[in-house]
Design a protein around this ligand. Structure first.
Ligand SMILES: [Zn+2]
Length: 155
């Protein structure tokens, strides 16, 4: 069994890991992610859209599931490979750049990320990836958080 960096099952076959397409509430944006963590990622994206920065302007630049290694590495699979990561407004927040959000937005992102069990690429110690948000919980803890937040029936 293949796993991505956060330990979730990864696959080249999206059906095998229950990858589905979800519309982010309040937008026309669709993101593909794993059903087991979709309520967390998609609700996070909706809150990001309302409170941090709109995600439905300009080109289609919001991404979810993609089977690929971490950029710049050959073996480790990116969390996009398990459908547990999303990129929002990618061109505005390119890989390796830091300070692409204001201090106010940064505080808000960190609070929202914490609420939804997400790790933000802007908090990576080494190479920053400010467009990137990934599930930072085991599948069991993600399921428990979805119930705790009452998100089960929202999507
Ligand atoms: Zn990413």
């Amino acid at each position: 069994m293949l796993t991505s960096a956060n330990g979730w099952t990864a696959s080249k076959d999206p059906a095998e890991i229950d990858i589905k397409s979800y519309t982010v509430p309040g937008t026309k944006i669709k993101l593909r992610c794993a059903e087991a963590c979709a309520p967390l990622l998609i609700t996070f994206a909706a809150e990001f859209h309302s409170h941090v920065e709109p995600i439905d302007e300009g080109a289609l630049d919001d991404w979810g599931y993609a089977f690929r290694p971490i950029r710049g590495e050959t073996t480790k699979l990116s969390n996009h490979s398990s459908g547990t990561a999303i990129d929002l407004n990618a061109p505005k927040h390119p890989l390796g750049a830091s300070g692409t959000f204001t201090p106010m937005q940064t505080v808000l992102i960190q609070a929202l990320a914490k609420k939804y069990g997400i790790k933000w690429g802007g908090d990576y110690k080494n190479r920053k990836d400010e467009m990137h948000f990934e599930i930072d919980l085991t599948p069991a803890k993600a399921a428990a958080l979805i119930v705790k937040l009452g998100l089960k029936h929202e999507l």
